[in-house]
Design a protein around this ligand. Structure first.
Ligand SMILES: Cc1ncc(COP(=O)(O)O)c(C=O)c1O
Length: 424
C-alpha cells in the first residue's frame, strides 16, 4: 500500500507513530497534519511540493519571514565558534545590550529558551521582592503551559487548563476579566495585600486581537506602583512585532518586568526576561534560582543581534504596516462583496478574523467566548486548501517578507472561499 501514498501521507503515518499525536506541541494538534519541507520568505512548502502563502508564521516568530538570508548567514557563521560554554560569551553580552538599548525603561535581563520559562522566572521574582504570594492574571491571556499559570476559562470561571495539572498550583492565582477597570480595582481592593504580581498580555493576542481600552494600562500601572505590586507585561507575541518597543512602547506604559520571545530572534529559539535592575538583586546573588543549560547560547544571541540589525532599520515596520493594511482592506473588500458577517479587528502586524453577526468591536474575552468558532474553523480549512496558511483560531500575522504582490495573490487565491461561504 505504501507505494500509493503521497510523501505527505507516508510521513503523516510515520509522524503519528514516532511523535505522540504526530506533533511536538499540543497547539499543533489543531492544525491538520501538514508535513512541511521548508519555508522561504512569505512561503511555506509541504513535502508534496504544495506552496502556501503563510500568515501563521510559526505562531508569530518568523517576523522577518522564513530563513531571512542575512540572519541565516550571521547565525551560521556564529555557530562555527561553538554554541554553549557554561560561561558568558561575547555575543550574549552584545545581544543583551542591544535588547536593552531598544527598551529604554529596562535595565537588565536574563535570556532563556522559551517564554513559558521566563514567565516562571518573573513570577518567582515578583513573589520574592514583595514577600507576597498571589498573582493576578486575566481571562483569555496565555502565559505558558506550566501548572501554576495555565488556566482554561469557561463561563467566566478559570479552572485547570490540563489533565494532570495540580489544581493546588493555581490556588495563588486570581483570574479576572481584562480591559475592565472596575474588575481590576475590585480585585486589588479584595486581595491587594496578597498580590505579588499582575501579569498580562498588554495587547491581548492569544484570544482575538484586542487592544487595551484608553486609560486601562495607565490605571493598572498606577495601582501597581502605589501598592508595590510588580507589573509584568508578557510581550511574547507583541514584543518586537508591534514595534521595536513592543506594546509598552506603542502605548507608552512601562512595566517592571517583561517577557519577550518569538519575533525578538526571528524564529530562532530565544526568550528573555527584561526589567528593572533592583528586581534582579537576588537573581544576582544566586539565592533566587534562574537556570537553563541552553540559555543565551551562541545561536540565540547571534539571532537576536541579526534580527535587531534588520528591525532597527525601521523599514520592516513600515513595510509590515503597509502590507498588513492592504491585506486587511482586501479581506474586508471580499467580505463586503460576498456579504459575509466576517469581522476583522487588530493592527496591521497582527489581526483577528471571525464570523460574528454583531458589528460591535470585541473588547474582552467574554465576547470572544460567546462566538461560535466552528464556522471560522471550517473557513480556515478552505483557506489552507486554497494555498493560504492560517491559524484556526483566527489570528493572522504579517511579516517583513510579505509584499504587496503577495497580498494580491492571497486575495486572488481565496476569493473562491469567500464566494463559497456566501452560498452556504
Ligand atoms: C503571551 C505568551 N506568553 C507565553 C507563551 C509561551 O511561550 P513559549 O511557547 O515560548 O513557551 C506564549 C506562546 O505562544 C504566548 O503567546
Amino acid at each position: 500500500m505504501t507505494d500509493t501514498l503521497t510523501i505527505q501521507q507516508d510521513l503523516q503515518k510515520r509522524a503519528l507513530r514516532a511523535l505522540a499525536g504526530g506533533v511536538s506541541s499540543n497547539t499543533r494538534l489543531l492544525n491538520p497534519h501538514l508535513i512541511v519541507e521548508r519555508g522561504a520568505g512569505s512561503r511555506l512548502f509541504d513535502v508534496d511540493g504544495r506552496e502556501y502563502i503563510d500568515y501563521l508564521l510559526g505562531q508569530g516568530p518568523n517576523f522577518l519571514g522564513y530563513a531571512p538570508p542575512r540572519v541565516v548567514e550571521k547565525v551560521a557563521a556564529a555557530q562555527r565558534d561553538g554554541i554553549i560554554f557554561a560561561a558568558t560569551h561575547r555575543r550574549e553580552v552584545e545581544a543583551a545590550e542591544r535588547v536593552l538599548s531598544v527598551l529604554p525603561w529596562a535595565e537588565t535581563l536574563r535570556f532563556g529558551s522559551s517564554s513559558s520559562e521566563m514567565v516562571q522566572a518573573a513570577l518567582r521574582i515578583a513573589r520574592q521582592v514583595t514577600g507576597r504570594t498571589h498573582i493576578l492574571r486575566f481571562h483569555g491571556h496565555y502565559h505558558g503551559w506550566f501548572d501554576n499559570i495555565q488556566i482554561l476559562t469557561g463561563d467566566g470561571v478559570a479552572g485547570v487548563g490540563s489533565l494532570g495539572q495540580v489544581p493546588e498550583a493555581l490556588q495563588q492565582v486570581i483570574t479576572i476579566p481584562w480591559n475592565d477597570v472596575a474588575a481590576f480595582e475590585q480585585a486589588m481592593l479584595d486581595h491587594g495585600d496578597q498580590i505579588a504580581g499582575v501579569i498580562m498580555e498588554p495587547m491581548m493576542l492569544n484570544a482575538g486581537a484586542i487592544e487595551p481600552r484608553a486609560g486601562y494600562l495607565e490605571k493598572v500601572r498606577d495601582s501597581c506602583t502605589k501598592s508595590g505590586t510588580v507589573l509584568i507585561f508578557d510581550e511574547t507575541i507583541s514584543g518586537f512585532r508591534l514595534g521595536l518597543g513592543g506594546a509598552a512602547g506603542r502605548y507608552g506604559i512601562f512595566p517592571d518586568l517583561a517577557v519577550y520571545g518569538k519575533a525578538m530572534a526571528a524564529g530562532w529559539p530565544c526568550a528573555a526576561l527584561v526589567g528593572k535592575r533592583d528586581l534582579f538583586a537576588e537573581v544576582v546573588t544566586g539565592r533566587l534560582t534562574h537556570a537553563g543549560t541552553f540559555n543565551g547560547n551562541v545561536i540565540a544571541a547571534a539571532a537576536v543581534l541579526a534580527s535587531l540589525d534588520e528591525l532597527e532599520s525601521g523599514e520592516v515596520y513600515s513595510g509590515v504596516e503597509i502590507v498588513g493594511t492592504q491585506l486587511i482592506e482586501g479581506l474586508r473588500g471580499l467580505t463586503r462583496k460576498y456579504e459575509l458577517p466576517i469581522r476583522i479587528q487588530g493592527v496591521p502586524m497582527a489581526f483577528h478574523m471571525r464570523f460574528d453577526d454583531s458589528e460591535a468591536e470585541i473588547t474582552d474575552y467574554e465576547q470572544m467566548l460567546a462566538l461560535d468558532p466552528t464556522r471560522y474553523g471550517e473557513f480556515a480549512e478552505q483557506l489552507i486548501k486554497h494555498g493560504v496558511w492560517v491559524a484556526y483560531r483566527g489570528i493572522w500575522y504579517v511579516s517583513g517578507a510579505h509584499s504587496p504582490a503577495d497580498v494580491e495573490e492571497t486575495l486572488e487565491r481565496i476569493e473562491p472561499v469567500f464566494a463559497r461561504a456566501s452560498r452556504n
